[in-house]
Design a protein around this ligand. Structure first.
Ligand SMILES: Nc1ncnc2c1ncn2[C@@H]1O[C@H](COP(=O)(O)OP(=O)(O)O)[C@@H](O)[C@H]1O
Ligand SMILES: [Mg+2]
Length: 450
């Protein structure tokens, strides 16, 4: 019989080995469980994580998975990732351009035709006139540069760059060159534009103005000499010296804006608040001028201007223009009593214009600014849908360019200068009205000093 001690010893050793085996198995099992848990967690996280980090380059070695998950259009992707910082570089010098001929000396600058020596491209240069009575850089030029840089549109002249001259005071705007402005062109034409051509021009004008107004910009000096035309029948707005962003309501605005012949009645009557409607009035004047080949309302001063306006568009009435009498300069007008009801548009001045055309023109020339259509509404007007349809730009006739020749001289008023007296205050009413009393009676009404 084996001794109990011996059994005990053997049993003990056997029990210890079994215990160790058991513990080892337990440890292995726990380890396995831990590993499985970690793998499951990792898998879960992977499925919840956003679909890969965005690729930062367009390099060819990107994985196919990357390519599948990032946008295919590289332009879109670039737009997402572009952080534009300001870039500083010296202006080009004026000497990079060779002057070909002078075009015009305007109120705020000298314009000439020039050639970019490096590229042989013909451009228009507008040298800013420094106003030595005022401190600093002229505000008109600052506004023109700032607004032209933002206003990129097929019907707005393209500002290419601004160059400097030998002195810091020489600042020149480099713009695309267009062969004509509508004023000089019409002065040289034998006959007015035909109806389909007027429509082509007017539609482009309304397109440019609609873009400006959509972007909260008022031009404030629309007139035929500020509207350019190239020999491909493309019209572009120019001269943004008077332009500005629309301010918040009730912010003060300069009243002395827009060249007299194209100035809206509310401005002549000294309104403290006005809006894009002043451009729509000017557009009406331009439309009439394109039809007649001559300015529609060529007033000699503010009072004469109002007199011509009332003669064409009728007299203002409280009913058709509520608040008219409360405008600052309105009390100084005495409107003839017997004629008060004359407030219709005198369409006999435009005998060849269709019904839709008269409707458009008379609505643009509404005395009450609220009755004028927006530029967008003009684009939708029936006038452009009826026969004759607007002539395609590429079919537009070409004309010899005066801007490509010697300097021209014109007889028409300039944009108002800063510092001129606004409104009717400084006009000698008595002499003007005494002259008009006789002359204007025939037109069906007269204006008198109160
Ligand atoms: N980009 C241009 N291409 C051709 N002629 C131009 C151009 N810009 C202006 N002009 C001509 O110069 C004239 C004066 O330019 P404008 O910008 O109106 O200056 P101002 O502020 O002095 O009136 C215009 O009436 C037009 O005849
Ligand atoms: Mg001008």
């Amino acid at each position: 019989m084996a001794s109990r001690w011996a059994d005990d010893e053997a049993d003990k050793a056997e029990a210890l080995r079994r215990k160790q085996d058991k513990e080892e198995k337990k440890r292995l099992k726990l380890q396995k469980q831990q590993q499985a848990g970690e793998a499951a967690r990792a898998a879960k996280e992977a499925s919840e994580r956003p679909a890969k980090r965005r690729r930062l380059s367009n390099s060819e070695d990107a994985t196919t998975e990357d390519t599948a998950r990032t946008p295919k259009d590289p332009e879109k992707e670039r737009k997402l990732l572009r952080f534009e910082g300001g870039r500083w570089a010296p202006c080009h010098h004026r000497s990079n351009f060779e002057t070909l001929n002078h075009i015009e000396e305007g109120s705020y600058g000298w314009v000439s035709r020039a050639k970019d020596i490096a590229t042989s491209q013909v451009v228009a240069l507008k040298k800013v006139k420094m106003d030595y009575n005022q401190d600093g850089f002229p505000i008109t030029a600052l506004r023109e540069i700032a607004i032209l840089q933002k206003a990129r549109h097929p019907n707005i002249v393209d500002l290419k760059e601004v160059v400097s001259g030998d002195t810091t005071e020489e600042c020149v705007l480099v713009m695309e060159f267009l062969e004509h402005d509508l004023k000089t062109l019409q002065e040289d034409m034998h006959d007015p534009f035909v109806a389909s051509e007027v429509k082509t021009l007017l539609r482009q004008l309304a397109g440019g103005v609609a873009f400006l107004h959509d972007n909260y910009i008022m031009h404030r000096d629309l007139k035929t000499s500020n509207i350019l035309l190239n020999n491909r029948g493309q019209l572009k707005l120019a001269d943004f010296g008077m332009a500005r962003y629309i301010p918040p309501p009730s912010a003060p605005l300069t009243q002395l804006v827009v060249t007299l012949w194209y100035r809206a009645p509310e401005l002549l009557l000294g309104t403290p608040n006005y809006g894009t409607e002043v451009d729509m009035w000017s557009m009406g004047c331009v439309m009439g001028e394109l039809l007649l080949k001559t300015p529609v309302l060529p007033g000699t001063n503010e009072v004469d201007q109002l007199s011509r306006i009332f003669s064409l568009c009728g007299l203002p009435e409280e009913k058709s223009w509520p608040g008219f009498w409360r405008l600052p300069n309105a009390p100084s007008l005495k409107l003839p009593r017997g004629q008060r009801n004359k407030q219709s548009f005198d369409r006999t001045r435009f005998p060849f214009l269709s019904g839709a055309g008269v409707e458009l023109l008379s609505s643009l020339l509404s005395l009450n600014p609220d009755d004028r259509p927006t530029a967008k509404a003009v684009l939708e007007h029936d006038y452009f849908r009826e026969q004759p349809k607007p002539k395609p730009s590429e079919m537009f006739p070409t004309f010899p360019s005066k801007a490509g020749q010697e300097k021209r001289r014109k007889q028409s008023p300039h944009a108002p200068k800063r510092g001129d007296a606004p409104g009717l205050g400084k006009v000698d009413f008595s002499s003007i009205f005494s002259a008009q009393e006789e002359g204007e009676k025939g037109a069906g009404f007269m204006l008198k000093m109160a």
